[in-house]
Design a protein around this ligand. Structure first.
Ligand SMILES: *Cc1c(COP(=O)(O)O)cnc(C)c1O
Length: 495
């Protein structure tokens, strides 16, 4: 696949090269020049062989510079650390409702699905494309990306990684997962600010010429592990297509039937992958975009205005506490009829005024395909409790946001199309909030809450959480936003 920038600058690039670059030189995001078609017979056969084989088929559509056997090997290694051979199991909840569990990777969040693949794509890409520089990954995280990226990149040859997280904006398990990270090539920094400040700080570094030259002098090109990297999008497209194929093989649907996906959304990366799968030929009824109290996307889909001028809420689904959803730019590109000029204007307006507005025609496709809703904190807690009471299924707060929005969607529309709600984190990453949602009781200590949660739900504490308590804290820095560049320089000096 060849890609271009959403903002019209630069030339066409091959997909693998775009993975190494991360963001386009003009500040835009890389998007396919045209969408490849899914060959369903091919995919159905591959899915019968297993998740890795099917994922490799889909990755090949994006990255033809790697052979199918290289990609199969890569997918096999990437998903070997998952705790189930299905990789992404589909769990029935009720008649038309299924939960797609993307939570079985090493860090217990859906980010693993892509971040176990991305470092291997980068490593292979450096070799295949003959790069002499190594890659320095800079990543802002709202909680789960950071740990998943650290786990994916740790000790990967010719890569180093710095992760920045909002110091007071992640759950205590999420923070502990990051600050205990081992590996010779990793740096972790708390930042005094929220996620949007942190993400803007990283974007500023990418655009900073002096900073880039300094890294180049040390032998590094910068890249990103954030969901703007097309190397993250491709493995995400894969699980949507594979899920659809499994439903066909299990005779839950016929090839060609439409299904809905309901996705808990923050940076718009996960749901965008479903949209891309649709563009590649996966039949979809509705894509349900679920937000938490930070409901900027809900308003956007309702009235065509994206307006980030609003209070930032810290919620119990912190990985969705985002007011600037970067990946939306890729959807806008399609909605505008691939008009880079409009994208530049909207993004300029977003950075200057915090808002932009699409017209009626531009929103037409979005209206047909997307439904958007949000769940506030009480609704999220109620959903965790009611789903557990009714079905025995334990959800994390992010998944519960999606479930709540789906339930509202059903009340509004009575749509009985088979719907897959995407589960994005294991509940044990958010033990205090999940326990409180179930019992109304507040337990201060996250580990104590894990033990209690396990006792009342008869579910196991995952080893990744259980063992966290004993691990030494290796990364203690909490820095001002202005010090992010300096911290990276210090980190490179220490390598
Ligand atoms: C990152 C994340 C999300 C949001 O995904 P986006 O791709 O940013 O929309 C939702 N839930 C969890 C648990 C996450 O880690």
């Amino acid at each position: 696949m060849e890609v271009i920038s959403t903002r019209g600058g630069g030339e066409k690039l091959r997909g693998l090269k775009a993975v190494l670059k991360g963001i386009a030189p003009d500040g835009g995001l890389f998007v396919p020049v045209s969408f490849p078609e899914i060959n369903w017979q091919h995919i159905l056969k591959a899915v019968e062989k297993g998740y890795d084989a099917a994922a490799a088929e889909i990755l090949e559509l994006f990255f033809e510079d790697l052979t199918i056997s290289e990609l199969s090997g890569l997918a096999k290694l990437a998903y070997a650390s998952f705790n189930t051979p299905e990789v992404a199991p589909l769990v029935p909840l009720k008649d038309h409702e299924h939960i797609l569990e993307l939570t079985h990777g090493p860090t217990l969040a859906f980010k693993d699905m892509a971040l176990q693949v991305l470092p291997r794509l980068i490593s292979s890409g450096l070799t295949v494309l003959g790069y002499t520089d190594d890659i320095l990954i800079l990543t802002a995280t709202s909680g789960d990306t950071g740990k998943a990226a650290l786990e994916g990149f740790k000790n990967v040859p010719r890569t180093s990684i710095c992760v920045f997280y909002p110091a007071d904006g992640v759950s205590s398990m999420q923070r502990l997962q990051m600050v205990t990270q081992e590996g010779r090539n990793v740096g972790v920094f708390g930042v005094k600010g929220n996620f949007d400040d942190t993400q803007t700080g990283v974007k500023t570094l990418f655009a900073d010429k002096a900073f880039n030259s300094e890294a180049a002098a040390d032998g590094y090109s910068l890249s990103s592990a954030n969901s703007i990297n097309i190397g993250r999008l491709a493995p995400q497209v894969a699980y949507y297509i594979i899920t659809y194929a499994r439903l066909v093989l299990d005779e839950r649907i016929k090839l060609g039937d439409k299904i809905n996906f309901c996705v808990p959304t923050g940076n718009f990366g996960n749901i965008l992958a479903a949209y891309y799968a649709h563009k590649m030929g996966m039949p979809i009824g509705k894509l349900i975009c679920a937000s938490n109290h930070n409901n900027v996307l809900t308003d956007f889909f309702k009235n065509g205005t994206y307006d980030a001028n609003r209070p930032f809420h810290k919620t119990i689904s912190p990985s969705m506490d985002i007011l600037i959803s970067s990946n939306l730019e890729r959807l806008l590109f399609e909605l505008s009829g691939r008009d880079a000029k409009s994208i530049c204007e909207w993004m300029k307006s977003l950075s200057e005024n915090g808002s932009y507005t699409l017209n009626y025609d531009e929103m037409k496709e979005a209206d047909e395909l997307f439904y958007a809703g949000f769940a506030d904190e009480d609704q999220t807690r109620d959903t965790i409790r009611s789903v557990f009471e009714k079905t025995g299924y334990l959800m994390d707060p992010h998944t519960a946001v999606a479930q709540c929005v789906y339930e509202n969607y059903i009340k509004e529309t009575s749509d009985d199309t088979l719907t897959v709600t995407v589960s994005t984190a294991n509940p044990y990453k958010f033990t205090t909030d999940v326990f409180k949602a179930l019992t109304g009781v507040e337990i201060g200590d996250a580990f104590e809450a894990a033990v209690e949660l396990s006792a009342i739900t008869k579910t196991e504490v995952p080893p990744q959480i259980r063992d966290l308590r004993e691990k030494p804290i290796l990364h203690k820095s909490v820095i001002e936003i202005e010090k992010m560049g300096e911290s990276v320089s210090d980190f490179l000096g220490r390598l």
